[in-house]
Design a protein around this ligand. Structure first.
Ligand SMILES: [Zn+2]
Length: 478
């Protein structure tokens, strides 16, 4: 054994000893952070994007914000909180939003008042309805991860991260299998609520619509803390940001942006009293400047789109005007932003402001569910009505067409792209996309015609020229 090998062995032994000494819950490493006097932040795992819960010692009992969603872990964390604070008078649990990785451990606090937004219960019921699908998904995922783990070097960081994720997924599967009913909040509010616990105040505000319908912010002025759930982060500490991955206006979700903006303005007016912002997962951080930039982003879109719709601008013009790189260059590389999310946010705000639905999404759903041609034609005919109930976005039709192609629904994709050529006959790209789908269904002649049409509109198109060359080479070879 040379000197270097001996050193490696000694170092490994030291690491092993310190790990063996570290506390674990359900086989996962425990982290306890003292944030302030009588305030703890706790989570499990070194790699996974797990929920960070916060516990406050107050005059009127212990207040916990959020749960991890695995009974074994939440029971363990409750025990650690009691031990670290030296008391066990748990009084309140606050849910920052409806997601199972925040509410799934509510039953561990059944003896407490559980506080949350009035929409949390509905969100929890929807999640419970997906239980069977989740069971299958989780079982498959575990099998995939077990197979992948065998291919990795056991000492590598990738292997450690995967092993941890696998351990959590097994716990989540166990949670699903025992089908424990989780408790919805017992004390709810719609806009604002204040919990006065003597020496500590909890100022709760609705900020829903950017992550779930039931997002709230929890401001605790005596400790200078603002807890923002999973709504935003401007630093990711790991490369798998999980729930903090996207800052966007969600579709098919209740939201009220004037109220959202008013509540954020009120919270940010307290900036001098806020020392720390706490996102709902340990691997994200948020600064005041980051929160302000995100609020201003929403305000710019909300005000701008409201005005644009009033002036008769089209959806396509608005998308161009508010492109991320054009209008928000400082957010291009910021956590939670990308051009697709920006596009989706604009689409959803447009829908909210104009009350028009997305024709592309409606037709995509019809195609996906095997809807009749007549139903699709009805959506398209609405375009000529006096006040159309839908908006028609070339980019959206194109994106949904590709989504269908990805799902191996090439016939439906052909229909989707063909509609786009009817709606936007002057765009070279719609023919190019249709050509691609026609190739997939084996209709080479029709595909060739579409690529030729696309090239008459845009002779320089590399995709069109390449595809035509491939088709011609194929024809020459056969
Ligand atoms: Zn969440």
């Amino acid at each position: 054994m040379n000197a270097r090998t001996i050193l490696t062995v000694v170092v490994s032994l030291v690491i092993a000893v310190s790990w063996a000494g570290a506390e674990e819950i359900a086989g996962l490493p425990l982290h306890v952070q003292k944030i302030d006097d009588g305030v703890l932040r706790l989570w499990v795992g070194d790699h996974i994007s797990s929920t960070a819960i916060t516990a406050f010692a107050t005059d009127k009992g212990i207040v916990v914000v959020d749960t991890v969603g695995v009974t074994e872990i939440d029971t363990g964390l409750r025990r650690v909180i009691a031990r670290e604070l030296g008391r066990s008078d748990f009084a309140f649990l606050i849910n920052t939003h409806e997601h199972p990785d925040h509410t799934g451990g509510n039953s561990v606090y059944a003896d407490c008042t559980i506080v949350g937004h009035e929409l949390v219960a509905a969100g929890m019921a929807v999640a419970a309805g997906h239980r069977d699908r989740l069971l299958t998904w989780q079982t498959d995922r575990i099998a995939e991860q077990e197979a992948e783990l065998k291919t990795l070097d056991g000492d590598s960081p990738d292997s450690a991260a995967l092993a941890e994720d696998l351990a959590l997924n097994r716990l989540l599967l166990g949670q699903l299998e025992t089908s424990q009913e989780s408790l919805p909040p017992t004390l709810t509010f719609s806009d604002r609520m204040t919990l006065d616990l003597g020496d500590t105040t909890f100022d709760l505000s609705y900020i829903g619509g950017m992550h779930t319908a039931s997002d709230i912010a929890v401001f605790v002025p005596e400790h200078g803390l603002l807890l923002t759930g999973d709504t935003m982060a401007d630093v990711w500490l790991t490369d798998t940001p999980g729930c903090l991955a996207s800052f966007m206006v969600r579709d098919r979700m209740a939201h009220d942006f004037p109220r959202w903006l008013a509540n954020w303005d009120r919270l940010l007016a307290e900036r001098d009293r806020i020392t720390t912002l706490l996102p709902g997962h340990w691997n994200g951080e948020l600064s005041i400047a980051g929160a302000e930039a995100r609020v201003e982003y929403v305000r710019t879109l909300w005000d701008g789109i409201t005005q644009a719709a009033g002036e008769g601008m089209t959806m396509a013009e608005v998308q161009t005007e508010y492109r991320l790189d054009v209008r928000f260059p400082e957010l291009v590389d910021s956590p939670g932003f990308n051009p697709q999310l920006n596009f989706a946010s604009i689409t959803e705000l447009w829908r909210e402001i104009t009350s028009q639905a997305s024709a592309a999404r409606t037709i995509y759903t019809l195609l996906d569910e095997g809807g009749e041609d007549a139903e699709i034609r009805k959506v398209l005919a609405d375009r000529d009505s006096e006040s159309p109930g839908y908006f028609y976005s070339e980019a959206e039709f194109n994106a949904y067409g590709y989504a269908l192609l990805q799902q191996d629904k090439a016939d439906a994709a052909v229909t989707m792209f063909r509609i786009n050529t009817e709606l936007f006959p002057d765009s070279w790209n719609v023919y190019d996309s249709l050509g691609e789908a026609l190739l997939r269904v084996g209709d080479t002649d029709a595909a060739r015609a579409m690529y030729e049409k696309s090239l008459t509109l845009n002779p320089e198109s590399p995709t069109g020229n390449e595809a035509l060359k491939t088709i011609r080479d194929g024809a020459a070879a056969s």
